[in-house]
Design a protein around this ligand. Structure first.
Ligand SMILES: [Zn+2]
Length: 427
């Protein structure tokens, strides 16, 4: 399993200048590659990033001699990124059609995230410092958390701070969860998440709380004269607020997903069409503030790490409208109704709780009939017996309550809070 630990750096001024230059070089190489790729592609030729890399190396000395001022990893990795972007585009084109597939775009200075990549043979980490090409040792604010084979590092900037995310391949250690119990989750807006056990999580409201301030700062920025130093200052203030909002959101999401994956063996979530819901302008900001897509991504990789499983319940499965006791349809239920009262059997229940319990039931049903990717890979030919065993184990677990030792959970959540890992796939 590949994990990345993102550590803040404390570069000296000259080192920071170098970082900015390397980020600029990476961006330039990406844009050059994109223009060249489109040109060749339009001419009907087959392109890949190896071909572009060879071409860039041929012309670099004559046309872009300044590229030699920074590590050769920066342009090379940028071209590899471009290759991934095209691969994703063609994959989506096949799967979703021209309307939904996103063609790689040019990166504009100040509009994209400043970053560059360093290959693993080009840097050394020693305690609270890292040696990067050209700039020597740079101070780190903490030591690398993971042990294993180091694969590479991404240097990036957030407002006025610099970070290095070190990718490490770690051995998979079996982690014991508190129980094997299954759980259903209903993601909503008023309560960001409601579990089938009745636990609710309030939304972070990170953006909503800071929105007024955000508007004020954006207005201040737009009034400053272009090219002036006051404009730069206002820009930094705005970038810092954006960073703060992002941090609040990230913290909340990590705590939520770690809490759930530590506790449950099977997690059923609704496969919400996040993108199509985002088209609804009145919901878009609230959804982005909660970060549904990110919650789902984190649940999946953390569950895999803990040996658990996430099951996505079909988007058109009527979780909120059908009574879970008698199956009658509640046609007139609207978003404003907070309590579900069945028209046929009069069964009353909190709307979100009702939905999460139905998601759980549907998830359990699906778990019996399908084999998850981790299961089938692990069991190979024994998939069918493995499936049976898994299903019976689930049924048994379903009967038990989530035997949660609260003190232990709280402790784990606290540990998880400082554990800001990001799972990334190596290029
Ligand atoms: Zn009913």
């Amino acid at each position: 399993m590949i994990l990345a630990h993102k550590i803040e750096m404390r570069p000296a001024q000259a080192q920071e200048t170098y970082f900015r230059k390397a980020c600029g070089t990476a961006r330039f190489a990406y844009n050059w590659g994109l223009a060249r790729w489109s040109e060749l592609y339009a001419a009907g030729e087959k392109v890949d990033h190896y071909r572009l890399k060879a071409e860039l190396n041929r012309i670099k000395r004559e046309q872009f001699p300044w590229m030699y001022e920074v590590t050769k990893c920066a342009p090379e990795a940028a071209l590899a990124d471009l290759g991934t972007a095209w691969a994703n585009y063609f994959r989506d084109l096949k799967r979703k059609g021209t309307r939904r597939a996103m063609r790689p775009k040019f990166k504009r200075k100040g509009r994209c995230r400043d970053k560059f990549y360093v290959f693993n043979d080009q840097f050394v980490i020693d305690g609270k410092r890292i040696r990067l090409p050209h700039v020597g040792w740079v101070r780190l604010t903490e030591e690398l958390r993971f042990q294993g084979k180091i694969l590479g590092a991404t240097v990036s900037r957030e407002a006025d701070r610099w970070f290095v995310a070190v990718q490490v391949e770690v051995a998979e250690a079996p982690v014991r969860r508190e129980s094997q119990a299954p759980v259903g989750i209903d993601l909503g807006l008023r309560a960001a998440a409601v579990l089938s056990t009745g636990k609710t999580y309030a939304p972070p409201k990170a953006l909503a709380k800071n929105l007024k301030k955000l508007r004020r700062l954006s207005r201040q920025l737009s009034r400053k004269k272009k090219g002036g130093s006051n404009r730069e200052k206002a820009k930094l203030r705005l970038a810092r607020l954006h960073r703060r909002i992002a941090n609040l959101r990230r913290d909340w999401t990590h705590k939520l997903t770690t809490g759930i994956t530590c506790k449950y063996g099977l997690i059923a979530v609704e496969d919400l069409g996040v993108m199509s819901l985002m088209q609804n302008h009145s919901l878009a900001r609230a959804i982005a503030d909660v970060g549904w897509g990110e919650i789902r991504r984190q649940l999946e990789y953390k569950a895999a790490r803990m040996g658990g499983r996430v099951i996505a319940v079909d988007r058109f499965f009527p979780s909120s409208r059908e009574c879970r006791k008698c199956g009658a349809k509640h046609e007139t239920l609207t978003l404003a109704d907070r309590v579900f009262v069945c028209p046929a059997c009069n069964h009353p229940e909190d709307r979100d709780l009702h939905a999460s319990r139905k998601v759980l039931r549907e998830g359990l049903r699906m778990a019996k009939t399908t084999v998850g990717p981790t299961e089938s890979d692990a069991c190979g030919q024994r998939a069918s017996t493995g499936r049976k065993r898994f299903a019976s184990r689930l049924e048994e677990a379903g009967r038990q309550e989530a035997a949660a030792n609260d003190g232990q959970v709280k402790h784990r959540e606290k540990v998880a809070a400082c554990d800001e890992y990001v799972c990334t796939r190596f290029r």
